[in-house]
Design a protein around this ligand. Structure first.
Ligand code: PMP
Length: 416
């Protein structure tokens, strides 16, 4: 039999991860099928890029129609009807009802691109260089985004000094002993502290890669108040926690924040297509034409599906209410499962959630056992010590329960 290119040694460097040896050929809703037709339930959802599952039929049909009618696919900065429709829909369904006034920028295709644009904009607006970010943060893989990332394994590969940034403790880093930011205020005000006044602070409301650490709402609010007092910009990286993952469209809504800059990507296209937005308050628009550009900033297929996905899921409260019910169901399931391992705890918020186990090896073993039982599920955290559940937000209750039962069985197999 001919060697499959995926089995050659060289293929290791081409792939994102080899945890799942199967080759996937078809996908629909919360399921994927391998080439030989074996079905897997997907609790990975493209690392949060598939919040509405795979190949949503209505979105798929729109793409097929658009291509069949020779719609423009690549347009960079050119105006197209698809881009207009996306911008109008985003304004009407997302920004206006939340009383958020943002300019919308397409900074490039990925989450990393929106983070880069946010950091550059904050530095240009304030004329300051320093950026503060948090322990265990993850913001992307380019040098600017890596400089604000907390994970030293990810940063190490860069091999050269990264741009001017420092890490401060995320909520609960010291087991919840830091209810306010008085310590930070002192450091910022003390000219002897050696800490340059930053241009911005960048934060994830739930640290998706860093172990599903969820910031408390009052912590986020006091961070935002402190930054306002000191005229430091607040950047919320909603690349993973946004687009409904935590139960609301933006993950900061419940905390009542109005960040200066917001990074959005992953599920914004509604279909797993590369797309990113950088949202910023109008008064921060200091960009000169062409100052932040790139070839892939106008994917019209993504505009087409993104606009319709917003209408399908966010035009009124019904999807959000159904999601709230599923979140309760998921939490109840997680509580039941966590009881099997003393010392374990539930992490995250909404549908960006999982279980932290005291033994760092457990989560990886559970994921491997789950794969044997046809469930795709990932781990998170600096030691991959958290099993991370990210089902599609529109998953049916029956499928959610099926996945939870597999995780419970897998945990018993992994620890028994
Ligand atoms: N920010 C956050 C919070 C993320 O979770 C990620 C991706 N996991 C990124 C930025 C980078 O996004 P991308 O991989 O699309 O570049």
């Amino acid at each position: 039999m001919a060697t499959d290119i995926f089995d050659t040694r060289e293929s290791q460097v081409r792939s994102y991860c080899m945890n799942w040896p199967a080759t996937f050929a078809k996908a629909s809703g919360p399921y994927q099928w391998t080439e030989d037709g074996t079905r897997y339930l997907d609790f990975f959802s493209g690392a949060g890029a598939l919040n509405y599952g795979h190949n949503h039929p209505e979105l798929r049909d729109l793409i097929v129609d658009y291509v069949a009618n020779d719609g423009v696919t690549h347009s960079m900065d050119m105006k197209t009807p698809a881009k207009r429709r996306f911008l109008e829909t985003f304004e009407r369904i997302i920004l206006e009802p939340r009383k958020l006034d943002y300019k919308v920028m397409f900074p490039g295709p990925t989450g990393t691109n929106t983070v880069e644009a946010a950091l550059k904009l904050a530095r240009k607006v304030t004329g300051r260089q320093h950026i503060l970010s948090f322990t265990n943060a993850f913001h992307g893989m380019t040098l600017g985004a890596l400089s604000v990332t907390g994970n030293s394994m990810k940063r190490r590969g860069a091999g050269i000094p990264l741009t001017n940034s420092s890490k401060i403790p995320y909520d609960d880093y010291f087991d919840g002993d830091m209810p306010d930011f008085l310590w930070l205020e002192k450091i910022l005000e003390d000219s002897g502290s050696g800490v340059d006044k930053p241009a911005a602070v960048i934060v994830e409301t739930v640290q998706g890669e860093g172990g599903l650490n969820a910031a408390r709402m009052d912590w986020l609010k006091s961070l935002s108040d402190l930054l306002r007092r000191h005229k430091i910009l607040l950047i919320v990286d909603d690349v993973q926690a946004g687009c409904g993952r935590t139960g609301k469209f933006f993950s900061f809504e419940e905390a009542g924040l109005y960040p200066d800059i917001v990074c959005v990507s992953k599920s914004i296209s509604g279909y797993g297509l590369a797309m990113a937005l950088t949202l910023f308050k109008p008064e921060l628009d200091v960009w000169e034409g062409g100052e932040h550009n790139g070839t892939f900033r106008g994917n019209n297929l993504a505009f087409v599906t993104a606009a319709r996905a917003l209408e399908l899921f966010w035009a009124d409260d019904s999807f959000q209410n159904q999601l709230a019910e599923r979140i309760t169901e998921l939490n109840e399931g997680l509580k039941r499962i966590a009881e099997h391992v003393p010392g374990s705890s539930i992490r995250g918020r909404g549908f960006l959630t999982g279980i932290h186990f005291p033994n760092p090896d457990t989560a990886g073993k559970v994921a491997a056992e789950a794969y044997k039982r046809n469930l795709l599920v990932e781990t998170s955290g600096p030691q991959d010590e958290v099993i991370k559940l990210m089902p599609a937000l529109n998953i049916e209750s029956e499928d959610l329960q099926k996945g939870l039962a597999i995780i419970e069985e897998s945990l018993l197999a992994a620890t028994g």
